[in-house]
Design a protein around this ligand. Sequence first.
Ligand SMILES: Nc1nc2c(ncn2[C@@H]2O[C@H](COP(=O)(O)OP(=O)(O)O)[C@@H](O)[C@H]2O)c(=O)[nH]1
Ligand SMILES: [Mg+2]
Length: 421
Amino acid sequence: MKILTFTGRTPSEALKKAKLEVGDDGMLIETREIQKKALGREALYEIVIGIDGNDIHAAYPKPTKPLDKQKPLRQESEDVLYDISSAAAQISEIANVRDPLYNSVKEVPKSYEPKELKEIKSEINKLGDKVKLIQNMFWDEKAPDLESQIPSEFAEIYRLASQSGMDRDHLDGIMKMTLEHMPLKMRENSATVKRYFQTLLRKMIPIRRESIPTPGTKKVIMLVGPTGVGKTTSIAKLAARYSYLMQKRYKVGLVVLDTYRIGAVEQLMQYARMMKLGIETVVDPPEFSTALDSLRYCDYILIDTMGSSPYDKNKIEKIYECLDANDTEFNIDVVLVMPSSIKYEDLKLTYENFSTLNVDTVMFTKLDETMGFGNIFSLAYETKKPISYFSVGQEVPEDLVCASSDFLVDCLLNGFNRSKA
Ligand SMILES: Nc1nc2c(ncn2[C@@H]2O[C@H](COP(=O)(O)OP(=O)(O)O)[C@@H](O)[C@H]2O)c(=O)[nH]1
Ligand SMILES: [Mg+2]
């Protein structure tokens, strides 16, 4: 194998040179930073390419994978980066912005540029300078690893994402891959960078779209999660939604699984009375199937769970026993409810605690009480569990929305806005 090296101010510039020289047939072995970027000094990157055979210009058999789709060998274990890489590649296709290497655009000679265009360019340059300023202010203290690698147009997006509570490894991984895959044409200013980044994040969030029961079937949905996160309130919102707010009015029944003490079910009883819904209470696992059976006439059966025990251990065990004792033919959708107001590490811990219940989807509550949404992003991205609903306030039934990645990414980058829900 012949080894060649190429240098550039960014990895992608070096990659372009390599492509010109060897086409898509080389193997990307390593990307390394030779010189750190500093004020008044450009960064310098070197990429190492391996070529089979001696003549690098010889015609090669059909290329397997283009150079820019390959990962340096040393990153092979970084699965997260692989995922991001493929999402980034897809977006480049969607954006339909070709690499200028393949699609050289003729530059308009400067003297023929319309006046407005000149003004816009100069405005963009000024903006770029401001962003650079911000970049230097915060990267010095917070991102020493990436400081020299991220162009100034990425400063705003990096700050927004890192302040959102997103896991640091996720963010750095996404940034690295964005730098490698982002079409050069989109790097022109921070607005296009932000658009690209938004699309990339959206593609990474798993969402479960709401589906309605097909004729002859029913949906049985159980909400589980720590005490106080908003399960009962959400059950009431869902009950109202299914029985009054959809195109068809469905029959809804409620089950309360009270693993703590009898009598703590009054809150849901009140909602059931108001909406005239059937409600069953279960304390011991054998009663669970009987309760489901007696609500057989319903299209939706919503199961609220409650109880209090340190780290939810006993509660989770009791719920597990109920699910295990279910001898009806109904499939139960387990929805883990978590508040968006806790940090990523705590979300992950809660998720792990409840994962023995075979969680199907996750619902996040209290979006109206949080500033950052990166914790939600990171949990969904890490666990790959789809999100089904968001709760955006205390009002029943209106403060419930079907999850969407557009909405979450918008909250993450631009802040929560109920009107966009
Ligand atoms: N701000 C806000 N409060 C909520 C939301 N969902 C529930 N709550 C409130 O959180 C508290 C606990 O809710 P509850 O449904 O009883 O929680 P549970 O113990 O999980 O059943 C109540 O005061 C609710 O009104 C939400 O999305 N936003
Ligand atoms: Mg409750």
